[in-house]
Unconditional design. Sequence first.
Length: 368
Amino acid sequence: MSVWAITRKSLRELVREPLILLATILTPAFFLWMGAMWYAAPRLTTHSVLVMNRDSRGQPLVQAIEAERYADGRPAFNIAPTDDERAAEQALKDKRAAVLVTLQPDDAGQLHITVRGDATSMAFTKASVLLDTVIARHLKREAGVTDRVRFDTRSLAPVGPETDFDLYTPGMIAIAILLNAMLAAMLMAREVRWGTMRRLQLTRIRPWELLAGVSAAQMILAAVEIALVFLCALALGFHNHGSLALAFGLGLILSFSAVSLGMLTACFVNDDSQAINLAGTAAMLQVFLAGCMFPLPPFTVFRLAGHEVGLFDIFPATHLALAMQQVMCYGAGLREIGFQLVMAVALSALYFAAGVILFGRLQMRESR
């Protein structure tokens, strides 16, 4: 029996279970939709600021705050004057305003500036940090103090994520792809439970041919899934700055690593539920340790070809999640992600080879 025959058999089995196919395709789309609902706001937000000015000396500062602009010319603050302190506090609680700035004379007759807001609110955190910069700059100018050092902030990349949704989308796509390890492990465990291994051995099939055939079917499904996920992300407002073809290729490599992980976990199970649980645990472990959800410290172990190799770089997803973010968010090309690409391919091949060896020894040998 050839690899292509195993691939056709696996594809037929997948087509006969439309619910599994539907869940595989719609789950990442649902993740992206939720992300777009929560994180679609621009990263450089125009913050709503309430100003209670009880001293005419504070008017120049109010004007300075109102005049603050981002590099693209958008206003950093939307100023709304108020005289009702109770109503202003309620606006902060209801998230209708990020900050309340109060300008009034203190007991010594000096201008007293108070910045208030909800400390648990990310909007207040961002707005207050920017406000502190504007206020400090204005006070230094009023006092006639000149800056001895001038900071010029420039990004390494010419482009970058425009919204938090842009920043999180590559990670969400990586998570969705990694979860395919459960499907691969379940299908292989089902073959063991059904006793298919005994029948396949009559054809003198070798372990690598069996796993290659099943993996090829999984990769065909993954190609469809990745294409639909990319289309879904773009439809939801994702701003892509790199090559979608390169990102698609990275997604395929990540799918191969996920399938290889599923094959590897299938070596140690006897039924479908065990496969789903073990593969799901292994996949989620990669999700957290590979930095798909949030960045982790590097934990550098050694350097290779001028690149730092960390403790969690044993996972292909560590390299591929970073590479997908660099390509899709920052416009990186093949040259910039070359090291991550080589490491990911090598590790994925190593996972697959380990799965072939262990499956032949632990599952196919026991079936004789």
